[in-house]
Design a protein around this ligand. Structure first.
Ligand code: KIV
Length: 271
């Protein structure tokens, strides 16, 4: 019996090829089957089940509370939706920082139970042994440097990172380490554009930016933010590609009126 493998599926090798060809990579977050199906159909290269689900789906202030099992639950729906995109699941806070064995065990658990293609972790040299062991175990790993929201309590906020030379040098050092350790890609969040471009040229793997300018190999945004669903949130790096908050509220308002004035359901909408 042979298992059919769709060769239109995105792979880490194809992403590397895209970098070499100078073809930009588009990535968005997704947290559920229905929206992920639409995003996948629209031609996205990678779907990230970000731990931003803690904010977007669960309404928490920070990404810190979400758990491995909650990430697996959400990722399963996105994996079922993805016909083309490569699916990456964030490893949540606490699932890889304690020690290397626990980190590798959790990465394997996430890959096995959710069916995702890869995991993403925040950090550089501090977690490099865990990343090496994951890659050696067959787990594709995406790195994440710059503004790493799981360290919000250490940073004291979500401001621009690596403005100073010392932090910029550490970031370049960390990016090279992640590349050498076998990360198939690295996310750079909220750092100066010139630094992001320098890192992108210094590493062999594709670099995906968010708030990191146009010199990276690709871009990622939080889906609900770029669709204009998160009304109060409009940092400089974010572009609203739609105004879904207005659309949703308009449609719901019309529904409420139609129910209350008795015009819904009509005779045609009844059995
Ligand atoms: O969790 C997330 O949404 C992310 C992106 C902002 C890169 O990590």
């Amino acid at each position: 019996m042979s298992v059919h493998v769709q060769n239109s599926r995105m792979t880490t090798a194809k992403l590397r090829q895209m970098k070499q060809n100078g073809e930009k990579i588009a990535m968005l977050t997704s947290y559920d089957f229905t929206l992920a199906s639409l995003v996948d159909e629209a031609g996205i290269d990678m779907l990230l089940v970000g731990d931003s689900a803690s904010n977007v789906v669960c309404g928490n202030m920070y990404t810190l509370p979400i758990t491995v099992d909650e990430m697996i639950f959400l990722t399963k729906g996105v994996v079922r939706a993805a016909q083309h995109a490569l699916v990456v699941c964030d490893m949540p806070f606490g699932s890889y920082q304690v020690n290397t064995d626990e980190a590798v065990r959790n990465a394997i658990k996430i890959l096995k139970e959710s069916g995702c293609d890869a995991v993403k972790l925040e950090g550089g040299e501090e977690i490099i042994d865990a990343i090496r062991r994951m890659v050696q175990s067959g787990v594709p790993v995406m790195g994440h440097l710059g503004l790493t929201p799981q360290s919000v309590n250490q940073f004291g906020g979500y401001g621009l990172r690596a403005k100073e030379e010392k932090e910029a040098e550490k970031l370049i050092h960390d990016a090279k380490l992640l590349d050498e350790a076998g990360c198939f890609s690295i996310v750079l969040e909220k750092i100066p554009a010139a630094l992001a471009e320098k890192v992108t040229k210094a590493v062999s793997c594709p670099v995906i930016g968010i708030g990191a300018g146009n010199g990276t190999d690709g871009q990622v945004l939080v889906l609900h933010d770029m669709l204009g669903m998160n009304q109060g949130f409009k940092p400089k790096f974010l572009r609203h590609f739609a105004k879904l908050a207005d659309e949703v509220k308009g449609a719901v308002g019309e529904y409420v009126s139609a129910v209350k004035d008795g015009s819904f359901p009509s005779a045609e909408e009844s059995y």
